[in-house]
Design a protein around this ligand. Structure first.
Ligand code: HEC
Length: 118
């Protein structure tokens, strides 16, 4: 094989590796995220674009844009039952997301990643 072809092949391999590496390891499954949100009645208090009792999720995405800890923060938010402040000023434990099987991190992560992508 000529060294030119070998070089070209080497370059292609490097390019492929870089492309694979820059693709998020797990792309968001939008349908699964919406289904989980629906099953958990998240939309009773949230919408993608409208403020309800809870903040619009596209505003949440904006607030966390570029923050490395966003995913971990939101996973904590929807799994810990931490205090949530409502527009009328009262506070109550935020809903804890339920999955089937219970505490399925992949499903929870997928939902959070979807919210952060809005
Ligand atoms: C009973 C109403 C209610 C339900 C149901 C509810 N939320 Fe919320 N959520 C709130 C309120 C109120 C806040 C604002 C909390 C605060 O700022 O203290 C909030 C905040 C959030 C935030 C933003 C947190 C942040 O750090 O900015 C996310 C994300 C979120 N909720 C996701 C969800 C998901 C996912 C579900 C379903 C599993 C859900 N919520 C169900 C009321 C609700």
């Amino acid at each position: 094989m000529s060294s030119k072809i070998q070089k070209a092949l080497g370059l292609m391999a490097v390019t492929t590796t870089l492309l694979l590496a820059s693709t998020p390891s797990s792309a968001v499954d939008v349908d699964a995220a919406k289904t989980l949100a629906r099953q958990n009645n998240c939309f009773r208090c949230h919408s993608v674009e409208k403020e309800k009792d809870g903040p619009a999720w596209n505003k949440v995405a904006e607030k966390y844009k570029g923050k490395a800890t966003a995913e971990a923060r939101l996973i904590e938010h929807i799994t810990s039952g931490e205090k949530a402040k409502f527009p009328d000023g009262h506070e109550e434990a935020h809903k804890i997301v339920k999955t089937d099987p219970p505490k399925d991190m992949a499903q929870i992560k997928n939902l959070v990643d979807w919210i952060l992508s809005l």
